[in-house]
Design a protein. Structure first.
Lengths: 99, 273
């Protein structure tokens, strides 16, 4: 097996996550799909680190994880705030600017 | 792994000669299928909790892949941070918001689902074709081999040197970012209380002053076919009383307070809770 296969898997996972962001309307599921995309990108970074035989890719993946953790905290707090005022976690219901 | 190392040391850099061991290939094909199935489950599961479990599956599989590719530290961090902390946060928020806040399945934009699927497939084909045509150059860049998994201590030392020496400034900035995110979450989740907390006496007085509902609200299920909490009580003329059902329950079951339930759903034989 060629190590490039990890890259194909990463691209596939990223695509599935992106489609999920477009398809789903529950804000939490949309957020999970974003996490899936971040994980796919991390897999690509680790694979590149292995291919180029350096540790820089692993360090970038590590920083991605840290930033993703911070993003999850703020994003979930925003979703909870929206749910509190709208009684719904659907992204269609946050349409205050339209009215 | 060893096959890759020897290929690297021998300088056989053509794409065909870069091979992993058979064990890693078997692991990749088995666990890769699991990862893709989990990712599809995240997108297509009807309930958000199922999506979370599927996502945890995919993340654990990715952790195994990290370890298999020599990134032992990242594999452990993946399990601890992602499947531990992040998924726990997701489940916490799911429980707070209500477990069955599932998607309503009607499309709000006509053709949006079809267009999204088409865009997704097109994007995937583009990405995979791009990798397929670009990999030769990437593989040829592998010049200096090092022991990937055989000597994990030196690997961790190398990562530590990168993080704490070369990328020290970025690492310190992530600390600032984490503190800012924590403060942001606290500000967003905090609710200011305007005015003192009302006692039961004051609440009662306010209720009589408004004059809307002087008596306690009717109990759910009175004179109805079921006595479950989400079944509205029947008024003397047989119509359901919206006051008898908790507003949060009505919101969770995606029923607006004004909706009448369809006649078939209220029959004793139906499996409504």
């Amino acid at each position: 097996m060629n190590p490039e296969n990890y890259l194909y898997l990463s691209a596939l996972l990223f695509t599935i996550g992106a489609s999920g962001v477009l398809l789903r309307r529950n804000a939490i599921v949309v957020f999970m799909c974003i996490e899936l995309m971040l994980n796919a990108a991390n897999l690509a970074f680790v694979t590149f680190a292995r291919m180029t035989q350096s540790f820089d890719g692993q360090v970038i993946a590590f920083f991605t994880m840290v930033v993703a953790a911070a993003e999850v905290v703020v994003g979930l707090a925003i979703i909870m705030t929206i749910f509190r005022s709208r009684r719904s976690a659907s992204v269609d219901d946050a349409d205050l600017l339209k009215r | 792994m060893t096959g890759w190392d020897t290929a690297g040391t021998l300088g056989l850099l053509a794409a065909e000669s870069v091979r992993t061991s058979t064990g890693e290939a078997i692991q990749f094909w088995v666990l890769g299928a699991v990862a893709v199935a989990g990712a599809l489950g995240v997108v297509f599961a009807t309930k958000a909790v199922y999506s979370a479990i599927f996502l945890a599956t995919t993340m654990i599989v990715l952790a195994v892949f990290y370890v298999a590719q020599g990134a032992l530290f990242l594999g452990v961090v993946q399990v601890v941070v992602y499947t531990g902390a992040v998924m726990m946060l997701f489940l916490f928020v799911l429980m707070l918001i209500g477990v069955d806040s599932s998607d309503s399945l009607k499309e709000t934009l006509r053709g949006q689902r079809f267009a999204a699927g088409l865009i997704g497939i097109g994007f995937g084909v583009l990405l995979i074709a791009g990798i397929g045509s670009a990999t030769v150059a990437v593989t040829a860049g592998a010049t200096e081999p090092y022991a990937l998994a055989s000597d994990s201590n030196s690997a961790i030392e190398s990562i530590a040197e990168l993080i704490f020496v070369r990328y020290l400034w970025a690492f310190e900035l992530t600390g600032a970012l984490l503190i800012a995110a924590t403060l942001g979450a606290m500000v967003l989740a905090h609710r200011e209380r305007f005015g003192p907390r009302l006692t039961q006496k004051e609440l009662s007085k306010a209720r009589f002053r408004s004059g809307v509902n002087l008596t306690p609200l009717p109990s759910p299920g009175v004179y109805a076919r079921h006595n479950a909490v989400d079944v509205p009580a029947r008024l003397p003329d047989g119509s359901p009383s919206d006051l008898s059902v908790n507003a949060i329950l009505a919101a969770r079951t995606l029923r607006r307070p004004g909706d009448r339930r369809p006649a078939g759903e209220d029959r004793p034989g139906s499996d409504r809770r």
